[in-house]
Design a protein. Structure first.
Lengths: 1054, 426
């Protein structure tokens, strides 16, 4: 097994002498590039552990003529060596710094090659860098440390990783993840980060085209730890505990209780609640509105009302959340791996156990086991097999901020969850006075107690994942290998949601379908009394089969390397879910319900069916692919390479699939520093790279044909199946493709004290899918996913690692990453569109203006608030106007203000590693810059209709003159939703997103083979461009930045 | 030599391995069992059976704009969508964009669905085995498309006048499911011609007997065509088609058997329903908001059962409407009572007064308690007509029909004008 360094042995042999029959061998460790002695490496042999001195000298003792040693050093990694007992000489062992780019083995997933042999663009993250962070999953470590990787929190509903800017504008920008040599199909959280040795990120077409139609978003290759020819039994054991801080609820822009109560009193006076009170579905009212109603009906006196009201004004529900719901999180991780063996047979086994409880008492644990071995039964055949088993179990905890609601309305800020004596209080889901009396005591308690309810509602997830990997490599001819590999994977998930009879959900459903005879008091439960249990099982099965020929032939200083192969992939997911009503969890007896009959609902008497949760799914995706990849190295300094791949799949619309052109790429590199004319001097290493290629993105959800999806409910009459439109027919559909040119320079300066690479790329992506505003008369809604535009991207990424100080016992190394990226719309396939479609706070639409960033933040032109009424004044036909509907209906996107891109145009990270004796300190910051975001503010429509407030309310315009100091419009009644829609788009609500974040600080202390580390993660923002304290990555109405975590752990090598 | 041959054999074996990868039917597996490219009659029926696209997608903006109901000032002011408030006051500033859907979008969604069915059914060969279902699916698609266009034209276009209809703008008529085709507005004449074309095809293909009023039948298509011709002022044809509809279905409910206490007294499977159609939910027409116009309430005479069946009193002594033919959701489908009213009105207008008197007698006998009922004997055709139009208001309220009635009757110089009073809310 190759490591990230090479071993060169010089025959400088010196005999020290015999000592009690044992051989003492003295050797010297030196850096392969600059020849300096390497201090502080840990050398383990059968006689124990020693460390190399400041002169690089170490001494080991052995009984045999050859001695197997393991050298470990933070900068140089871990490697196996053989020392030979020689007479009168000191062996010199040279190591290469693993941070030096030229010896990095990058993995394309199909092969691992030294970076110097490749013409493509790769980012590489080694084990030491990965170990600086403590986390549950592997991918979340990457944005902080990897070049050209960023988390997109601006354009999609959920965050996803972006490699090097946009290649697609549809929802998913997730890169393809390869684990070892096959695309990873399961849940990414199954991968224990401790089992990963390195991560390679494939960035340009030359690197990704080998993965064909799924590689358009970039490829992340995870390489797991493999057995090595270490000889004796070795291993590592890691344990860590992580403590989390409590979340900062003060970050939430909650409207104050006083303001909220004043709004409710105002609305009550206006008769706003009349229709809600008049509604015989009995929607809930807040305590203030109930009290006002009681007061107006003579139930409550004015003094009583005021006394209660003034108490409620002082309550902030965030205190209750902090005190009664949120808790400190805690997690533990343990990991051990053992490995042994030699050339003929070697093996590795690892096991991990992780346990965590988060701030809402969500519990989870993970067991990961892995065994891998390589056998070489005869000299030309090697057989590798791997088995991995993962299991995860998680149990849901408490409801968090935003999860507790007042029926269909948001929770009021003065809500209380318990009284002075700690007894749980209710939050109304329907009018409480009504549900208290309607059943005449014959119904189940119809109240909701948020503090208690989670105890009766048990949600758990159990996942088991089993993978078998086998690979057979046969050396056919001297230079030709055949590798046949097969992977089988099964992942079985059970989601179990158990509503106890005491849970609100079960009580509500049972009451709703109860029929009460008011004369006799007899009650019929159409939903049987008892627990309700939802069980959903999902099974994923994947079979991958690949055969691949590798040819490597050298003539002098020329080398030809070629891979040709084919693969098939078959992925099936089957799922079923069902619900059991009337379950008795003590004896597992259960009840039966009639799903087809319409039953009167208790409150209004309307007819409906008892909810049916049965469902059945079966999905299959299959691919057939052929690929070839070759490179030719001329005189050890020129390389040309080419790669091609063609895929076919079982997706609908094969006619379109046939139109896929094969994906291909080509590249070249020239190691300038090997030329005789290259000046000897400061720049000791220079290599130029150029690549060009085409890759693509297939979208399994898209088809040129109209498709329908059967749904698991049926028509009112009979058991007739019904279907939804799934994909709208689009004869003009075309697949997305991207063309990328990449130009790179790799360099080493001052005998590789500074190494780095700099890359420029130009990318053009055609026929990208995007959700575009749609003419309603097309009959398919307000927006449609279609080939929306072509984009042009360019970027520059720089990665530099410099050794600022390197002295015995002291070193300082800096790793600097920056990526500049600009994607602009080059062409779009729609006519002019209205600006109002581009004002969404949550998900910006791709622009239709050529030359603007693909995701742009726009705002309306406006002149501020009016001095008479505090109305926001926009521009209509060149004149100031408050006719919001006309402004919204007539403002073209071209006339709007462009702030800039919604995605960062510059991002990266800076890591510093300080070493002093046995201490090592790693500090890493990351930054994003050159972008904008639209923040939330008060929306009166949402305040009135849903009860959603915002702290900007207190800055609203109240009286003439306020318009000079605020941009928050006055509250008007009746509410004007167009006015709110216009206000959402004003320039004052657009903020610069630029910020610098302190990602982590890690301190290691090493003594002999024992290491202790302390890590602090998610330390928060240290600088931001906006002055409001908003974290651009985490902003919203109920969004909080991730909690800070502090870990302490230990690692032993043996 | 031997060695080389062995290697060659091995290579051949390996090549075979590569070939195994490319067996043909490997790629024929369906990607998702729940997905289908609609290619069978069952698939097409399953889309049409999604009532969200068909029978539960009616437009209701007409009712929101008409005078069967009113809002209190406080309730009007509490509407949080500008679209809803402006619709009530006929303000031309209707943004629509503040709401996710409207009758306009639902109507065109229904039209899209029908176009998809009509396109795909052409690929399915009609055989003796599938003929009945084939024709039924075809008939349903024509029926729902015609119904959607009729809903939309009634609300968003001017009333039909044969003198001007060629020049007047109608609806964009979409006949293809491909969204790349750009919509163009057709003339009002073309729009009505298309509706008539669709409904005539529906009559041809729909079955006479259906399991439930959720599924369109010949009687329903005749009824919808009668409604279309009534809107167009073509009373001969309105008479003819309402008469055809009544040939199939003419049972009336006896209102004395209906509850005057329950929240929603009339069930969806009542015998008068020929085709159930439920319009979109509009908040101002919810019984908790909409109060029935007192002028309308006063029109119900002593002994008229409809007053106690169709309405319930609010706390403030106003009335809410609970008599929807679709129980708790509003109704704008085709029902027997509407057919009687169309036949009676057309009969008067084409000079068949006796028929009108008989029809009104048949209908109203079921609406009064036996002591309070008297057969109406008019002294003139005008008197009969105005009697029928009054009964039409009382019988077909809250169905969206009133809006089109005002428009078509104003073309005939009825001069109905609507007034909304909203006190400035402080």
């Amino acid at each position: 097994m190759m490591k990230w360094f090479t071993l060169l042995l010089f025959a400088w042999i010196f005999k020290i002498g015999d000592l009690q029959g044992q051989q003492r061998i003295v050797a010297k460790l030196v850096d392969a590039v600059n020849g300096r002695p390497i201090h502080g490496a840990v050398i383990s042999s059968e006689s124990g552990l020693v460390r190399s001195g400041t002169d690089g000298i170490f001494e080991v003792v052995g009984n045999t003529d050859t001695l197997n040693i393991v050298i470990e050093h933070d900068g140089y990694g871990k490697s196996n060596h053989f020392l030979y007992r020689q007479i009168d000489s000191i062996q010199v062992v040279t190591l290469r710094n693993s941070n030096l780019l030229e010896e990095v083995l990058v993995s394309s997933g199909l092969q691992r090659i030294p970076r110097e042999r490749s013409t493509g663009s790769f980012s590489f993250v080694g084990q030491h860098t990965l170990e600086e962070q403590v986390s549950f999953d592997i991918l979340s470590k990457l944005p902080a440390v990897a070049n050209s990787v960023m988390t997109d929190r601006a354009t999609a509903g959920s965050s996803s990783l972006i490699v090097r800017g946009l290649s697609t504008i549809r929802g998913s920008k997730q890169p393809l993840v390869i684990l070892d040599n096959f695309p990873y199909e399961g849940d990414l959280e199954n991968i224990n980060p401790n089992s990963i040795e390195s991560v390679t990120i494939l960035k340009d077409a030359a690197a990704t085209s080998i993965w064909g139609a799924r590689a358009g978003n970039g490829v992340i290759v995870l390489t797991s730890k493999k057995p090595s020819n270490v000889g004796r039994l070795s291993g590592t054991f890691t344990a860590s505990n992580t403590f989390g801080s409590r979340p900062n609820l003060r970050y939430i822009p909650q409207m104050s209780s006083s303001d909220y109560i004043e709004v409710e009193e105002f609305l009550f006076r206006q008769g706003y609640y009349n229709s809600r009170i008049n509604n015989n579905a009995r929607p809930p009212l807040t305590p203030i509105v109930e009290m006002l109603l009681s007061y107006s009906e003579g139930g409550l006196t004015g003094e009583e009302y005021l006394a209660r009201q003034s108490r409620l004004r002082t309550i902030d529900v965030r205190n209750s959340f902090e005190r009664e719901i949120y808790q400190a999180s805690f997690s533990q991780q343990y990991f051990i791996d053992l490995f042994a063996g030699g050339q003929k047979f070697n093996w590795l086994m690892s096991g991990g156990f992780d346990f965590s409880t988060d701030e809402l008492a969500n519990k989870s644990n993970r067991i990961s086991l892995r065994a891998i071995n390589t056998i070489q039964p005869i000299s030309k055949v090697s057989l590798q097999s791997e088995m991995a088993y993962n299991s995860r179990h998680s149990i849901d905890g408490k409801p968090g901020y935003g999860d507790i609601t007042l029926g269909a309305y948001e929770l009021y800020p003065y809500a209380e969850f318990s009284d002075e004596l700690g007894r749980p209080l209710t939050i109304a889901q329907r009018r409480e006075a009504y549900i208290d009396t309607v059943g005449g005591g014959r119904l189940l308690d119809w109240h909701y107690y948020p503090l208690d309810d989670y105890r009766f509602r048990n949600q758990s997830m159990t996942l088991q994942d089993f993978t078998v990997n086998t690979g057979l490599t046969i050396n056919l001819l001297r230079e030709l290998n055949l590798t046949v590999s097969y992977q089988h994977k099964q992942q079985h998930t059970v989601d179990d949601l158990h509503y106890g009879i005491n849970s609100y959900f079960a009580r509500d459903l049972i009451n709703l379908y109860s029929q009460l005879d008011r004369q006799t008091g007899d009650i019929i439960h159409r939903v049987p009394l008892g627990d309700i249990k939802d069980v959903k099982t999902t099974t994923l099965r994947a079979n991958n089969f690949r055969s691949q020929f590798d040819l490597q032939k050298s003539w002098g200083s020329n080398t030809l390397a070629l891979i040709v192969g084919g693969e098939s992939r078959d992925l099936r997911t089957s799922g079923q879910s069902h619900r059991i009503y009337g379950l008795n969890s003590h004896n597992y007896s259960f009840g039966h319900v009639d799903y087809s009959t319409l039953n009167p609902e208790f409150i209004r008497g309307t007819l409906s069916r008892i909810p049916n949760n049965d469902d059945l799914n079966y999905r299959t995706s299959r691919f057939l692919s052929f690929f070839a990849n070759g490179s030719y190295t001329l005189w050890d300094k020129f390389i040309i390479s080419g790669s091609a791949r063609r895929d076919a799949s079982n997706l609908f619309g094969l006619k379109t699939n046939d139109k896929w052109s094969p994906f291909w790429s080509t590249g070249a590199s020239w190691e300038l520093s090997k030329e005789p004319f290259y000046p000897k001097g400061t720049f000791n290493y220079t290599r130029l790279r150029l690549s060009y290629g085409i890759n693509g993105n297939i979208n399994p959800g898209m088809s040129a044909l109209g498709t329908i999806r059967y749904r698991n409910s049926f028509h009112y009459i009979g058991n007739r199946p019904t279907a939804w439109h799934d994909n709208y027919p689009n004869p003009d559909l075309r697949w997305e493709t991207s063309r990328i040119i990449n130009f790179g320079v790799d360099f080493g300066v001052l005998k590789n004290r500074i190494i780095g690479s700099m890359e420029f790329y130009f990318k053009r992506s055609f026929d990208l899918f995007g959700y575009m505003p749609n003419d309603i008369t097309n009959g398919i809604g307000q927006e449609v996913l279609r080939n929306a535009s072509s984009i042009k991207g360019k970027g520059l990424s720089i990665e530099i690692t410099s050794t600022n100080i390197e002295r015995p016992g002291v070193s300082w190394q800096t790793n600097f990453n920056i990526s500049f990226n600009r994607d602009i719309t080059e062409a779009h396939y729609l006519s002019t569109t209205l600006g109002r479609d581009f004002i969404s706070t949550s998900r910006p639409s791709p622009t239709t203006i050529i030359g603007h960033p693909v995701y742009s933040i726009y705002s309306y032109q406006w002149v501020g608030l009016s001095s008479e009424a505090g109305d926001p004044i926009g521009i209509l036909e060149g004149e100031p106007s408050a006719n919001y509907t006309q402004i919204l209906n007539n403002t073209e996107l071209e006339t709007m203000l462009l702030h800039g891109a919604a995605l960062p145009t510059a991002y990266g990270s800076i890591g510093n590693r300080f070493k002093w004796r046995d201490f090592q300190l790693d500090i890493r910051i990351s930054y994003k810059a050159g972008y904008y975001f639209r923040r939330y503010s008060i929306n009166y429509t949402h305040l009135f209709s849903r009860g959603t407030g915002h702290s900007d309310f207190e800055h609203r315009w109240l009286a003439s003159g306020d318009e000079t100091s605020t941009y928050v419009p006055s509250m008007v009644y009746p509410n004007n939703s167009s006015r709110d829609a216009f206000f959402t788009g004003i320039p004052e609500l657009v903020e610069r997103g630029d910020h610098i974040r302190l990602r982590y600080v890690t301190l290691h202390y090493q003594f002999s083979n024992f290491k202790i580390f302390f890590n602090a993660n998610n330390l928060g923002i240290i600088w931001r461009a906006n002055t409001l304290g908003i974290d651009p990555d985490y902003h919203g109405l109920a969004v909080m930045p991730p909690i800070k975590t502090f870990s302490v752990g230990a690692r032993v090598n043996f | 030599m031997n060695n080389r041959r062995k290697n060659a054999q091995l290579l051949i074996c390996i090549a075979a391995v590569l070939v195994i990868h490319s067996c043909d039917n490997f790629l024929d597996e369906k990607p998702d069992y729940k997905l289908a490219v609609p290619s069978t009659l069952a698939d097409l029926q399953a889309i049409l059976d999604n009532t969200y696209y068909t029978s539960e997608s009616g437009a209701y903006e007409g009712e929101a704009s008409s005078d069967d109901y009113y809002l209190t000032d406080a309730d009007w002011a509490s509407l949080y969508y500008t679209t809803d408030r402006n619709m009530y006051t006929w303000d031309t500033n209707i943004p629509f964009s503040d709401k996710l859907q409207s009758g306009w979008s639902l109507g065109y969604q229904s039209i899209f669905t029908c176009n998809l069915v009509l396109e795909n059914i052409q690929e399915i060969v009609k055989t003796s085995g599938n003929e009945a279902l084939h024709e039924n699916v075809l008939g349903q698609a024509y029926y729902y498309r015609g119904n959607a266009y009729l809903d939309l034209v009634g609300i968003w276009c001017k009333a039909y006048d044969s003198m001007t209809a060629e020049k007047e703008l109608g609806l964009p008529l979409r006949m293809k499911s491909d969204f790349n085709v750009v919509s163009v507005r057709n003339s009002l004449q073309d729009t009505y011609d298309q509706i008539i074309h669709d409904l005539e095809h529906a009559i041809r293909f729909l079955p006479t007997h259906v399991e439930s009023a959720w599924f369109p039948s010949k009687a329903a298509a005749y009824g919808l065509l009668a409604r279309t011709f009534l809107y167009m002022g073509n009373y001969e044809k309105a008479y003819l088609f309402s008469d055809s509809s009544l040939m199939y279905r003419n049972t009336l409910m006896d209102y004395s058997s209906l509850s005057t206490a329950s929240n929603f007294p009339i069930n969806r499977d009542n015998p008068e329903n020929i085709a159930i159609r439920c319009p979109e939910y509009l908040i101002m027409l919810d019984p908790s908001y909409a109060r029935i116009n007192p002028d309308l309430i006063e029109m119900y005479r002593e002994g008229d059962l409809r007053k106690s069946v169709l309405f319930r009193k609010n706390v403030d002594e106003s009335y809410r409407f609970v008599g929807s033919y679709a129980n708790h959701t509003p109704f704008n489908g085709i029902s027997v009572n509407e057919m009687y009213l169309i036949r009676a009105e057309s009969a008067v207008r084409i000079g068949l007064l006796f028929q009108a008197i008989e029809d009104m007698d048949t209908l109203l006998k079921t609406r009064f308690d036996s002591s309070g009922y008297m057969k109406f004997e008019p002294s003139s055709e005008e008197e009969m007509l105005s009697f029928i139009l009054n009964e039409r208001r009382k019988e077909l309220l809250m169905r969206g029909i009133r809006w089109m009635d005002i428009k078509r009757l104003n073309v005939l110089n009825h001069q109905t004008s609507l007034v909304r009073n909203i006190e400035a809310v402080s």
